[in-house]
Design a protein around this ligand. Structure first.
Ligand code: GLA
Length: 726
């Protein structure tokens, strides 16, 4: 069993193939954290409990005999608030007496095979019980009777674990949860760099690295979505760690709304990490007998560098997060009309898109925004999900039949959480959007946000979607979300529960997504939020791919895709070739192949040469699908570090195939370009399909391949495919 409990020493040990996580039940039932890092056989780590001298400003627990135990300086599993530990808390609950002192101590535990799901929330899953083991620890605040259950699930073979928390109100009074983090990890030192992903619309998930310093450093969102601006991912990596070397601890929250990741370096130069729902603008009334579930944090540790950390996340998410029919089978290669037409299209025009798509070998046409209600600009129509038959030249079924008759599948766009100010729905139900009394509502892209905390609102929208989606054969749905939440209040909740609306909103979104996946299990869902504004594991649980960014410039996409790959696998990244100005179609295709591939342009405008390139790309998409979607990613040359070029490589799990891509952002003055491959079998021989030359894996990884640089001008790129020979 990867999880063990030494009942004599009262020590828990959670092992994966590469890591150990160790903590103890100390006197007075404090849960003291002892170790998280590379796998070790020992559990004798009591020296890491801090019993040395401490500053006189750190309070002590008088019940511990030697008087040398202070909650302020010991490393803890799930620290409370206001009871002797002044560092950032993991949990704070305002009790019926009005104070928020919270002090959870160990009561009992159980260890079992498998992994429980979390009611109402997305979470990693197992298909059979042998794939993971779980430890549940019950803790209690003896004064208030409030309990927490700490869940730890270990994915032994993958070097990963998940953590989440359930708060139970066992008292007979109502209390308010002010802060409930999904996990806390107390590191003993602060010799780490923090990695995080920042951005904005059109520039999502740029990688940033900073050394930890005393005090708090944090990334967070309070936008009502995980956001373009900061992603719910962060890592602590050993100072000096590279793609291939050094300890890396990755954290990723399975949640699509307000989050926080905090790393606080304290007076003894230890680092406390907490991650969970952002306590700012959060509060939750918990009545007697009720329970509250936190979302879960995925934690990955590897001693083998940042690249391996990413590969562990990728393997974990492909197997234990992505669900449904499209998890393991080839996704359709699509063409989307948005960048070509905006909302100004007709049914007949889209039929010509499908005809060209058929000639080129594309599988599916996606009709984007503008097919419903009075939706001819972004000022109106959201919420009125009735087909605009005038625009389509007939019913949706008639239109889809024409597309299907060409042998092309059909997909459709929705923005289910939104309502236009100028819509029949808003005129009929002005109180159905998020709002607070007597205050003007902010507008975003001319629209308001529906109050998804309300069951009646969700039922109505789901009902309208169901009517359309069941009226004909729809193979794909793009779920969009084009603004963030403001004036967050609900007309049906009492004043003391208004702080719950952010969380209730995302639970409502998950509820509708869940109903949709159950009602249409064969339909592929791609999420989107003005590009990649809600790119997080919570969203991926319901849709195996997400539109990575509205920015389809292949050079700017490099940093976006490199950053996104920190924890999200290639198969999750929607990536399309568009008609944007920069680079030729070759490079656009080579960059978009790193993802769920497609086109976003008017295929009627292709020249004969363009068509030749597209047909080649379609063939490449099929040929390289498995190595890209199921293989291991190696980031070889990062555009965050190198201003001339970027390179990456996919290697199949059995190391029999490798696909190398290199893009020149700016011509390099050197005459030769040497790229060393990674992840191959040194003892295997590989044929370079361009030249028919055969090289050992050892040569390709140590000497590399050598190419004349003169051929690599600004915006040019190449892919190279290596296949093992028998
Ligand atoms: C968002 C999406 C785009 C497109 C438009 C439609 O911006 O990111 O891809 O669907 O909405 O309004």
């Amino acid at each position: 069993m990867p999880i063990s409990f030494d009942s004599e020493k009262r020590i828990f040990k959670l092992d994966t193939a590469t890591s150990s996580y160790i903590f103890e039940i100390y006197e007075e039932n404090y849960l003291v954290h002892l170790y998280y890092g590379a796998k070790i056989p020992d559990s004798n780590l009591s020296a890491f409990r801090y019993t040395g001298g401490f500053a006189s400003f750190s309070p002590q627990n008088i019940n511990i005999a030697d008087g040398m135990f202070s909650p302020d300086i010991n490393p803890f599993e799930y620290p409370g608030n206001g009871a002797g530990d002044f560092r950032t808390s993991a949990v704070a609950i305002r009790n019926a007496d009005g104070n928020n002192v919270t002090d959870m101590r160990y009561v009992s535990h159980k260890i079992y095979s498998g992994k429980p799901s979390i009611e109402g929330l997305p979470a990693l899953y197992v298909e059979n019980e042998n794939e993971a083991s779980t430890l549940e620890i019950l803790t209690e605040d003896a004064t208030t009777g409030i309990q927490t259950v700490l869940f730890y699930t270990v994915f032994e073979n993958l070097g990963a674990m998940t953590r989440s928390v359930k708060v139970i109100n066992n008292s007979d009074k109502t209390v308010e949860i002010e802060k409930v983090m999904s996990a806390c990890v107390d590191f003993h030192t602060y010799d780490y760099d923090m990695l995080s992903l920042y951005g904005r619309w059109g520039k999502e998930r740029s990688l940033e690295r900073r050394p930890l310093a005393h005090g708090k450093q944090l990334v967070a969102s309070k936008r009502g979505s995980s956001s373009h601006h900061q992603n719910p991912f962060a890592a602590l990596v050993e100072n000096g760690a590279t793609e291939d070397y050094g300890s890396a601890y990755g954290f990723n929250l399975v949640y699509s709304s307000n989050f926080v990741f905090e790393a606080e370096v304290n007076q003894n130069s230890g680092t406390r990490v907490v991650m969970g729902i952002n306590p700012e603008n959060f509060g939750w009334q918990l009545k007697s007998g009720e329970a509250f579930n936190s979302p879960e944090v995925v934690m990955v540790y590897t001693p083998d560098g940042i690249g391996e950390m990413s590969r562990i996340f990728h393997r974990l998410y492909r197997k234990h997060l992505i669900r449904g029919k499209w998890k393991d089978i080839k996704r359709p290669l699509l063409i989307n009309n948005w960048e070509a037409t905006g909302m100004d299209f007709t049914g007949d025009q889209l039929v010509t898109f499908a005809e060209r798509a058929k000639e080129l070998g594309i599988d599916m046409l996606v009709m984007d925004d503008g097919w419903f209600g009075d939706r001819n600009s972004d000022r109106s129509g959201l919420g009125d999900w009735q087909v605009n038959e005038e625009k389509l030249g007939g019913s949706l079924a008639e239109f889809v039949n024409k597309i299907n008759a060409l042998g092309i599948k059909f997909g459709i766009w929705y923005e289910p959480e939104m309502i236009s100010r100028d819509s029949n729905l808003y005129r009929a139900h002005p109180d159905w959007c998020l709002h607070v009394p007597n205050r003007e509502k902010s507008i975003g892209r001319h629209q308001y946000v529906l109050d998804y905390s309300r069951q009646d609102v969700r039922d109505y929208i789901f009902g309208e979607m169901y009517k359309v989606l069941s009226s004909c054969k729809i193979d794909y749905l793009k779920w969009d979300f084009n603004r963030n939440l403001t004036e967050v209040g609900s007309a049906i909740l009492p004043a003391e529960q208004q702080k719950e609306v952010f969380h209730r909103f995302v639970l409502g979104t998950y509820d509708v997504m869940d109903r949709l996946t159950k009602a249409f299990p064969d339909m592929l869902i791609e999420n989107c939020s003005g590009g990649g504004g809600r790119f997080d594991p919570g969203t991926l649980y319901f849709s195996p791919q997400i539109w990575t960014s509205d920015n389809t410039d292949p050079i700017e996409r490099l940093t976006i895709q490199f950053g996104t790959s920190m924890c999200y696998p290639a198969s999750t990244m929607g990536a399309h070739v568009s008609a944007c100005r920069r680079t030729g179609y070759d490079t656009k295709g080579n960059v978009a192949l790193w993802g769920s591939f497609g086109y976003e342009l008017d295929p009627n405008k292709f020249t004969e040469e363009d068509k030749r390139i597209v047909k080649r790309q379609v063939a490449e998409y099929h040929k390289y699908y498995d190595v890209i979607h199921f293989g291991d990613l190696y980031r070889l040359i990062s555009p965050f570090e190198n201003h001339f070029r970027a390179a990456w490589e996919f290697v199949s799990e059995d190391k029999s195939e490798a696909l190398l891509t290199c893009v020149t952002m700016r011509r390099h003055p050197d005459r030769m370009l040497i790229i060393k491959l990674k992840g191959l079998d040194p003892d295997k021989y590989y044929v370079d399909e361009d030249t028919d030359e055969v090289y050992s894996g050892a040569l390709l990884m140590n000497a590399g391949i050598c190419l004349p640089n003169a051929e690599h001008d600004d915006g040019q790129s190449f892919i190279k495919y290596f296949k093992a020979v028998e």
